[in-house]
Design a protein around this ligand. Structure first.
Ligand code: PEP
Ligand code: MN
Length: 346
C-alpha cells in the first residue's frame, strides 16, 4: 500500500505509521518529497488493514497499489528516478538524453575500440558500450573476450573518461565487472534470470535491464522489481525490440510505445536500443529520432570501426562515419527537445 502523509506531518507521526507496518513484517520504502512524505509499504495487508493506517494522525490518504510491481511503480514514487554518476552525467527525468555507443563485442584489436570511443565522445556520447561476456545464440559464434575484454574497456575508460556499460551473464562475474563498469547490463536473454537479478540487487552499481524478446511490459517491470526488492534501486530499463510477426525486414519489432507506457507506470529511466531493435543499419537513425521524440532517456547504438569484419552484429553496426553523420542530426534534435533541466555536456 502507499501511504501519503499530510504536508505538515511530524516525524513522530511518520515513525508511528512506519513502526506499525514494520512490526507486522512490512518492508518500507520512504520517499521524502519537498512537500509530501510518501511511504510505500510492501507486505501482507491481511496483517494491517489499510483503513486502520488511514486513521493514524498525519495520514492524508492510503492507496492500494494496483500494479503488481511496487517499488518500480509511479504510484510508489511520483518523481522520476535520476541516476547520477560521479562525473556529473545523469540518466532519467528531464535530463538531456544520454548516448551509449560502441561495438557489440569488445574485440582483441584495442585500437578499433579506442577509435570508436574517441569519436563517440567527440559526438557527445557519455557512455561506451561493449560486450566482454557475450550471450550468443549459437555456441559456434564468438563468445567474447571475458576478463581480457574488461581490461580493454578499462583502458578505453582511462583514456577517454567515458563511462562504461557492459553485460553481466552470471552472478560469479558481478564483482569483476563492477570494478570496471559504471553500469551493469542484463541482456534480453537474462531478463528473467531471477538469481542474477537478485544478486544485482546487492550490487552498488546501476543496472540496465534489457527487455526480454518475448516479455510483456508487466514482466519487464516485474523483473526490474526483483533487482529493486533485493536492494538496488538504480535500475535503468532498455527497450530493445520484441519478437514480432515479421522478421523479413527487421530482426525484432522495436516497441516504441513501451517508452511512454513505462513512463506512465514507472519512475525508472528508459533507454532505447534501435540496433538490436531493428537489426538493420538504415533503420537506426529514424528509430533513434522516434525514440527521443517518444521520451526516451537515452539511446544505445552499436558502432564498429570495421562492421564488415565485426565479431558480432556487424550488419546492424554503424560505421564511424555513419555514426558521426547521425549524431549531427541527433544532437540538433536533442537541442530542440524541450528539456528544462539539461546536464552539462561531458
Ligand atoms: C547487447 O546489447 O550486447 C545484447 C546482446 O543485446 P540484447 O541482450 O538486447 O540482445
Ligand atoms: Mn549486439
Amino acid at each position: 500500500m502507499i501511504i501519503i502523509m499530510e504536508p505538515g506531518a511530524t516525524e513522530e507521526q511518520i515513525n508511528k505509521v512506519v513502526k506499525k507496518l514494520e512490526d507486522n513484517g512490512f518492508r518500507i520504502n520512504m520517499n521524502l518529497g519537498d512537500v509530501l512524505t510518501v511511504i510505500a509499504a510492501i507486505g501482507d495487508k491481511r496483517l494491517v488493514q489499510p483503513q486502520s493506517i488511514a486513521s493514524f494522525e498525519g495520514v492524508r490518504e492510503v492507496k492500494l497499489i494496483q500494479e503488481p510491481f511496487k517499488l518500480a511503480s509511479r504510484e510508489s514514487k511520483k518523481e522520476d528516478t535520476v541516476i547520477e554518476f560521479p562525473n556529473g552525467v545523469k540518466i532519467g527525468g528531464k535530463n538531456k538524453p544520454v548516448i551509449m555507443a560502441g561495438p557489440c563485442s569488445v574485440e582483441a584489436e584495442y585500437n578499433g575500440l579506442l577509435e570508436v570511443a574517441k569519436v563517440a565522445k567527440k559526438c557527445g556520447a557519455q557512455i561506451l558500450r561493449g560486450g566482454a561476456f557475450k550471450p550468443r545464440t549459437s555456441p559456434y559464434d564468438f563468445q567474447g573476450l571475458e576478463e581480457k575484454g574488461l581490461e580493454l574497456l578499462k583502458r578505453a575508460k582511462d583514456e577517454t573518461g567515458l563511462l562504461i556499460i557492459t553485460e553481466v551473464m552470471d552472478t560469479t562475474d558481478i564483482s569483476a565487472i563492477a570494478e570496471v563498469a559504471d553500469i551493469l547490463q542484463v541482456g534480453a536473454r537474462n531478463m528473467q534470470n531471477f538469481k542474477l537479478l537478485k544478486a544485482l540487487g546487492k550490487c552498488e552499481k546501476p543496472v540496465m535491464l534489457k527487455r526480454g524478446a518475448a516479455a510483456t511490459i508487466r514482466e519487464f517491470l516485474l523483473a526490474a522489481e526483483h533487482i529493486m526488492y533485493a536492494g538496488n534501486e538504480q535500475v535503468i530499463l532498455c527497450e530493445r525490440g520484441i519478437k514480432g510477426i515479421d522478421s523479413t525486414y527487421t530482426r525484432n519489432t522495436l516497441d516504441l510505445a513501451a517508452v511512454p507506457i513505462i513512463h506512465k507506470y514507472s519512475h525508472l529511466p528508459v533507454i532505447v536500443d534501435p540496433s538490436h531493435g531493428t537489426g538493420r543499419r538504415y533503420l537506426i537513425e529514424p528509430m533513434s529520432k522516434a525514440a527521443l521524440i517518444s521520451g526516451a532517456n537515452g539511446l544505445m547504438i552499436e558502432v564498429h570501426h570495421d562492421p564488415d569484419h565485426a565479431s558480432s552484429d556487424g550488419a546492424q553496426s554503424l560505421t564511424i562515419a555513419q555514426f558521426e553523420n547521425m549524431m549531427n542530426d541527433i544532437n540538433k534534435l536533442i537541442g530542440r527537445l524541450d528539456w528544462d533541466n539539461q546536464h552539462e555536456q561531458q
